[in-house]
Design a protein around this ligand. Structure first.
Ligand code: SF4
Length: 135
């Protein structure tokens, strides 16, 4: 609800805290803000982290289909909304909660995807998009 100059001022303050060695946890729907402040971004869907990666990598080459959909919805990208609606948290589908909206879903997606091992990238998806090189 803040106007853009105040958002920019607040983000600059947060980024300076990071640069001074502080830890900042920013929870936002504003992808531009996340990109500007964060070193690492964790994308959540249906209360679970589906992708966690260094910010530049995630924005350059999203690996989880939901992350890709979020980025495609940005006006400066495809400006195409993610089809469908999020599930009720009290009535999650079995397996991957994103499956009813995912064009990459297969039978295996009826089982919950475990986050991939390895730091710093973690992607909870049976069929992630190819990881690109860091930007
Ligand atoms: S696990 Fe399957 S349904 Fe879920 S995001 Fe990945 S490909 Fe799509």
């Amino acid at each position: 609800g803040l106007d853009r100059p105040l958002v920019d001022h607040t983000l600059d303050l947060l980024r300076r805290r990071c640069d001074a060695g502080g830890a900042v946890l920013l929870i936002t729907h504003d992808l531009a803000a996340a990109r500007r402040v964060a070193d690492t971004v964790a994308v959540m869907y249906a209360s679970r982290i589906v992708e966690r990666r260094p910010t530049a990598e995630l924005f350059a080459a999203p690996a989880h289909p939901y992350t890709a959909g979020l980025l495609d919805a940005l006006p400066e990208r495809a400006f195409r909304p993610v089809p469908g609606h999020p599930p009720m948290l009290t009535d999650l589908p079995p397996g991957c909660a994103f499956a009813p909206r995912c064009d990459r879903a297969t039978d295996v997606c009826r089982t919950p995807p475990a986050p991939s091992a390895g730091a710093p990238a973690r992607i909870a998806c049976h069929h992630p998009l190819t990881l690109g090189a860091p930007a």
